[in-house]
Design a protein around this ligand. Structure first.
Ligand code: PLP
Length: 425
């Protein structure tokens, strides 16, 4: 009997023993084509030699030095590289071990920014329905996914939430995409009016919603209007790019396609590509400065922030993305996959929508294509597809927004950026 407390205790998992490029192998030697990078993590596939070498040489030199005592070269270098990619100069980068920690950090940063700025009433974070920002209690409080919240509901803070921007389900046939985008964004203004702008610290959203809706980019104009509303009401805009960031959509930051700049952005999964656990919060200069000029320090911290080996892995992943011009490849491969999927399954009676950006692709499954009826038991349907795919040697990521009728189930594809046309076929 295993002593492991498994993620899903009733599931029996094959033992992964080896990775090689876009394949994982189990102990019986069976190969699995990785079409989802786990959950949009393994952006360079497995065992990339450059990244493995970078980690090994970092371990030979310095694996860890607590950041209460030291900084370290990989942390400095990775912060510089991320800051250079962020559209505003002098942004600051705070490193964590994953996505939930990054979002916890982002909301505390927003809160402390306002306290330091003499506005201590500002503490509310507005988020969206059907969202997922992490499993720790703070990040789960922000998340509007009913299934993930259910057991913990009494322990969660109920932040105000607005409807997500989800054209497939919410755009009226009489509206243009732009009209819909603006209407969906205006719900934020309504919510701010309801709770009072003087109480609101920030709005948080994923630019492309991953695991809860199944890869839903916002409609045109949505984020531009959101940015205007945040500015007008003196509210910070936090973008959760834990899943959609770090090149996954063909831009390094997904928000680049939306023509806006957030105040704070969070990254994780693809930042370290699964080679090391790492997340990051990037904030504009003035947020950092207001806190430093206020109390002098950020009232936060974890043992593994700025971990040297994790940052070395992140740096190596970024080197490869840049040296191999992978962002362009992500855009073109993504278009090919979406076109091929549409040709193969576009008319399928149980496939409602095929969508996405770059190598971040969602396939929404419905009971009835004509009226978009979601599966009553979406989670089970998606999981059974995952299991069947695995038995055929393919890894794809199942998801469901819950049995509340708002959305059904979907399959998420997030292949490594190094896919060739034969892998796509
Ligand atoms: N935010 C988003 C958008 C995510 O998709 C996830 C994980 O799936 C998280 C946050 C939480 O990240 P982690 O699992 O690394 O804590």
């Amino acid at each position: 009997m295993s002593q492991v407390f498994y993620r899903s205790p009733k599931t029996s998992y094959p033992v992964a023993v080896r990775g090689d490029g876009v394949y994982l192998y189990d102990e019986k030697g069976k190969a699995y084509l990785d079409a989802s990078g786990g959950a949009a993590v393994s952006c360079l596939g497995h065992q990339h030699p450059y990244v493995i070498d970078a980690i090994k040489s970092q371990l030979d030199q310095l694996s860890f030095a607590h950041t209460a005592f030291f900084t370290n070269a990989p942390q400095e270098a990775l912060a510089e590289r991320l800051s250079a990619r962020f559209p505003e100069k002098n942004s600051r980068v705070y490193f964590l071990s994953g996505g939930s920690e990054a979002n916890e950090t982002a909301i505390k940063l927003a809160r402390q920014f306002w306290v330091a700025g003499g506005k201590p009433d500002k503490y509310l974070i507005i988020s969206r329905e059907q969202s997922y920002h992490g499993n720790t209690l703070g990040a789960l409080s922000l998340s509007g996914n009913p299934q993930r919240r259910k057991v913990y509901q009494p322990m969660l803070f109920d932040w105000p939430r607005i409807e997500p921007c989800y054209a497939y389900r919410h755009q009226f046939s009489t509206e243009t995409e732009q009209d819909y985008g603006e209407r969906a964004a205006n719900y934020l203004q309504q919510e701010i009016d309801r709770v009072g702008a003087e109480n609101v610290a920030a709005f948080i959203a994923e630019p492309v919603v991953g695991a809860t809706l199944g890869v839903v980019p916002a409609a045109k104009g949505y984020f531009e209007r959101i940015r205007e509303i945040c500015n007008k009401n003196n509210i910070l805009l936090i973008l959760d790019e834990v899943m959609c960031g770090a090149g996954r959509t063909g831009h390094y930051f997904a928000f680049e396609a939306d023509n806006i700049v957030p105040d704070i952005v969070t990254l994780a999964k693809g930042l370290g590509g699964g080679y090391q656990p790492i997340g990051a919060v990037i904030c504009r200069d003035h947020i950092h400065n207001q806190i430093v000029d206020g109390s002098g320090s950020f009232a936060h911290g974890h043992t593994y922030i700025g971990h040297a080996t994790a940052c070395a892995a992140g740096l190596a992943v970024m080197d490869v993305i840049e040296a191999e011009h992978l962002l362009q490849k992500v855009k073109t491969s993504g278009e090919v996959i979406r076109t091929d999927l549409a040709a193969a399954f576009g008319e399928h009676p149980f496939i409602g929508d095929i969508r996405g950006r770059g190598l971040f692709i969602g396939i929404e499954l419905v009971q009835d294509k004509a009226d978009k009826t979601p599966h009553a038991n979406g989670g089970k349907v998606a999981t059974s597809i995952k299991q069947r795919a695995m038995s055929e040697g393919l890894i794809c990521y199942p998801g469901s927004g819950g049995a509340d009728g708002i959305n059904g189930c979907h399959i998420l594809l997030a292949p490594p950026f190094i896919y060739t046309s034969s892998h796509i076929d």
